[in-house]
Design a protein around this ligand. Structure first.
Ligand code: TYC
Length: 107
């Protein structure tokens, strides 16, 4: 309508944030997948080398993947998760093992 007042951004319409929203960036799970060919010792080495696990932790997580088919091996920012996946996939390929590593957004 002609008589409608337009919001000119003057004082009355300024919204004040009481609690500044600092949205945290999403986190990503890095998953290791089981296969029938990659040697167990190789997987243990990958977990020690790229995920900072000690030998006992790495062996335990490797066995979980072997038995269950998949396990979360770490949770990271998008950039770090992508780097880890790339490092594992590259290392596996260079050693001609079919080991698969993927990432998935956390709920
Ligand atoms: N299943 C493999 C074997 O019996 C071992 C293995 C474990 C492979 C974990 C991949 O992510 C993996 N040699």
């Amino acid at each position: 309508m002609m008589s409608d007042k337009k919001d000119d951004g003057s004082d009355a319409s300024i919204l004040v944030e009481t609690r500044p929203k600092t949205k945290r960036p999403p986190l990503y799970k890095v998953l290791l997948l089981n296969d029938d060919y990659t040697p167990m010792e190789f997987v243990v080495h990958v977990l020690e080398r790229f995920f900072g696990m000690n030998h006992a932790q790495a062996f335990e997580v490797m066995l979980t993947v072997h038995k269950k088919g998949v396990a979360v091996v770490g949770v990271f920012s998008h950039e770090i998760a992508e780097t880890k996946v790339g490092q594992v996939m590259d290392f596996a390929r260079r050693h001609q093992h079919p080991l698969q590593c993927t990432m998935e957004k956390e709920d």
